[in-house]
Design a protein around this ligand. Sequence first.
Ligand code: TK8
Length: 335
Amino acid sequence: MRIKFAVAGLTAMLLAAGAVQAQDFKPRLVRFGYGLVEDSNQGRAVRMFAKEVEKASGGKMKVRAIGNASLGSDTQMQQALIGGAQEMMVGSTATLVGLSPEMAIWDTPFLFANTKEADAVLDGPVGEKVKATLEPKGMVGLVYWENGFRNLTNNKRPITKLEDLQDVKLRVMQNNVFLDSFKTLGANAVPLPFSELFTALETKAVDGQENPFNTVLSSKFYEVQKYLTVSNHVYSPWIVTVSKKWWDTLSPAEKKVLQDAAIKSREFERKDTREEAAKALAEIKTKGMQVNELPAAEASRMRDKLGAVNAGIAKSVGQGTWDSVQTAVKQARAK
Ligand code: TK8
């Protein structure tokens, strides 16, 4: 009798353990930092990832989601990942260009016409190749998330034509492609970390900025910005990264939990971001911003002018990467 019960008990225990083999997981604390506020598409996806990792590791791996740039700006968090002082982060690929010049490929103005093209190229072989350039720099890239198509906001005037950008003091992300692009368009481009942006707008240290609708809403830029111009001038990816130093200490099972959860979070994040973006413009208007569409003819004038920065991007990323991205975009467009 006793033996029978003991065997039954043991079987139940094994079943409860399920696919999760306890010995494959150590207690781990994962500090996952991000720049936006908690109530944002970024925050929602980090929390979704956190839940998924805890569940899949049988509660062994605990992810602490730390938003609002509380752990530092994108570039500061990158340094913490490289040094092993922080385990994970998500941020703009644009802020990684200083470490990995290939990342500049995603800053090519008007590269993608829609999110279908972005998904196909980012998740395809070229996207993987660019992501892999982070490893020798001390970071492991897991997946790309959607930040989204960027649009202009400012306090000076509605941007209805190229010339309206003249002398607008515009905050840009800290990399040369963004700096050159907006200088080329005639703006007075000022590189600043995102974590300093709201205050810079509020104190009028800068006149404007550019980010997707979702961020204009979640970061409450409508409180300090008057005009929004729908320009869709570039698609911005976010990238989820892990400290390589820490990654190398993980078991294969632990790595798999992070990779699988990252893929699930990518699906969740893109869907959530797109749903929010679709409703965002109407909400931005109710918040009092004056919205205008950049006329197609003006968008193509901008595109022509920005052609001048493409040569610089090709040089930064290497002609091979430039060409394979162009080919991948064409293939996605033809589908
Ligand atoms: C958040 C940033 C942000 C980006 C920017 O940390 O800097 O404007 O669009 O999303 O990565």
